[in-house]
Design a protein around this ligand. Structure first.
Ligand SMILES: Cc1cc2nc3c(=O)[nH]c(=O)nc-3n(C[C@H](O)[C@H](O)[C@H](O)COP(=O)(O)OP(=O)(O)OC[C@H]3O[C@@H](n4cnc5c(N)ncnc54)[C@H](O)[C@@H]3O)c2cc1C
Length: 73
C-alpha cells in the first residue's frame, strides 16, 4: 500500500472542495471497497478524505422526491 494523507471533513462543501482541489484525493466512506483496492495497489489515492462526520446519512422526502444520503445505511 502506498503512503497517503488522511483528512477528516465535517461538511459536504469542505469534502467536495478538498477532493476537487487535489487530483489524487478520494472520498473515504466505509472503506470496504477502497481499502481492499489500495492494499492491492489497484487504487493509489494520495489523500483520503473521510466523509463519515458529514451529515449525509438521512433519507428525506421532498415533495415527490426521495433523497437518500450518500452515507445512509
Ligand atoms: C465482503 C463484501 C461484500 C459485499 N457485498 C456487496 C453486496 O452484496 N452488494 C453490493 O452492492 N456491494 C457489496 N459490496 C461492495 C461494497 O459494499 C460497496 O462497494 C459499498 O458501496 C462500498 O461502500 P463504502 O462506504 O465502504 O465505500 P469506500 O470503500 O469508502 O469507497 C468506495 C469508492 O466510492 C468512492 N466514494 C465513497 N463515498 C463517496 C461519495 N459520497 N461520493 C462519491 N464517491 C464516493 C470512494 O472514493 C471509492 O472510490 C461488498 C463488499 C465487501 C467487502
Amino acid at each position: 500500500m502506498n503512503p497517503f494523507a488522511y483528512t477528516r471533513t465535517v461538511t459536504a462543501d469542505q469534502a467536495i472542495h478538498t477532493v476537487t482541489a487535489e487530483p489524487g484525493a478520494a472520498f473515504f466512506a466505509g472503506g470496504t471497497t477502497l481499502l481492499d483496492l489500495m492494499k492491492l495497489d489497484v487504487m493509489t489515492p494520495e489523500e483520503l478524505v473521510d466523509i463519515n462526520s458529514v451529515p449525509l446519512a438521512d433519507v428525506r422526502l421532498h415533495n415527490d422526491t426521495v433523497r437518500i444520503g450518500a452515507l445512509a445505511g
